[in-house]
Design a protein around this ligand. Structure first.
Ligand SMILES: Nc1nc2c(ncn2[C@@H]2O[C@H](COP(=O)(O)OP(=O)(O)OP(=O)(O)O)[C@@H](O)[C@H]2O)c(=O)[nH]1
Ligand SMILES: [Mg+2]
Length: 294
């Protein structure tokens, strides 16, 4: 609409010519009416965007109180992000609509068979040359990305322009303040590629690339493992003594962290693990307890 606004005038020039000046006044009035309608619509949409934004902020705040890592799917439009989300929250992986699983329409809770879990956020697909006015409309998605623990870049590797699409996504990401967030690249649609074996070999030779087919589920377990490994990058190492009465904390550590060692002592459970930073803060008193031990 912002694109249309200054161009409205041209739509009426044919009328002017047709009726030789007589209707010119009328046409101009009509333009004013059209412009006003457009401006009102733009205003209403902006208000709506702002309320969506506030709403999502509230969701995120609530989500912050639960220390589950957030993984954001990013990528060029049509790369298969939504398909991957569906595949992960479908039959192979247990996913449930409870608590923060329904926090917003595109974030789902993914619970793996090994008891680990993370939140997976599907985002709006990127396109080349995102117009600046559109960036406002994408803001909610972009905010979601900047607050996640891991960015999964989904690529349609069967696409002839895959390389250019990767660059376009990287460019958008470089314009956001997300360079500190770990990344994982996923080559999707291997099933559709002309030479899947060649692509698999190439992916194996590279760090940070996992080959999958979101449609058939091929490679998805390996993808989950890679996500777990990568999430470790955003976690901190803690050693803590958790009193028995805080048993619920222990199960949360197992759910969201990577436990290396547990030992049952008289004073509680001694645990060594990688946990999300926010959660580590929660454990602070117990960490001191551990340090003060002889
Ligand atoms: N053959 C094949 N097709 C796939 C695969 N993954 C996704 N697709 C198809 O690709 C199309 C786009 O998939 P989406 O999941 O909607 O892509 P998206 O990245 O969410 O797209 P946007 O929402 O526009 O950003 C759909 O028709 C999918 O069925 C795959 O692994 N193999
Ligand atoms: Mg999608």
């Amino acid at each position: 609409m912002e694109y249309q606004l200054p161009r409205l005038t041209k739509m009426w020039t044919h009328l002017e010519r047709q009726s030789g000046g007589k209707v010119k006044g009328m046409g101009e009035k009509q333009i004013e009416v059209d412009k006003r309608i457009l401006r009102n619509q733009i205003g209403a949409l902006k208000k709506e965007l702002e309320s969506v934004r506030k709403h999502r902020q509230q969701y995120r705040n609530r989500r912050f109180s639960v220390p589950v890592p957030v993984v954001a799917l990013v990528g060029y439009t049509n790369a298969g992000k939504s398909t991957l989300l569906n595949q992960l929250t479908g039959a192979d992986v247990f996913a449930e609509d409870k608590l923060f699983a329904t926090l917003d329409p595109t974030t789902r809770r993914v619970q793996l068979k090994n008891g680990k879990e993370f939140l997976l956020t599907d985002t709006v697909g990127f396109i080349q040359k995102l117009p600046t006015q559109l960036v406002a409309a994408f803001r909610a998605t972009l905010e979601e990305i900047s607050e996640s623990s891991l960015l999964v870049h989904v690529v349609d590797i069967s696409h002839p322009l895959a390389e250019q699409q990767i660059n376009a996504v990287d460019k958008v990401l470089s314009e956001l303040d997300v360079s500190s967030i770990p990344r994982l690249m996923v080559w999707n649609k291997v099933d559709k590629a002309s030479d899947p074996e060649k692509i698999r070999v190439e992916a194996e030779n590279r760090d940070d690339v996992v080959c999958i087919s979101a449609l058939t589920g091929d490679g998805v377990p390996e993808f989950c493992n890679a996500v777990q490994e990568k999430l470790k990058d955003s976690m901190v190492w803690v050693e803590a003594l958790v009193p028995f009465e805080n048993g619920d904390l222990l199960s949360t550590i197992h759910q969201v962290g990577m436990v290396e060692k547990t030992e049952y002592t008289e004073r509680g459970t001694y645990i060594k693990a990688h946990v999300p930073l926010r959660f580590a803060r929660l454990l602070t008193p117990m960490r001191q307890l551990c340090v003060s031990q002889p």
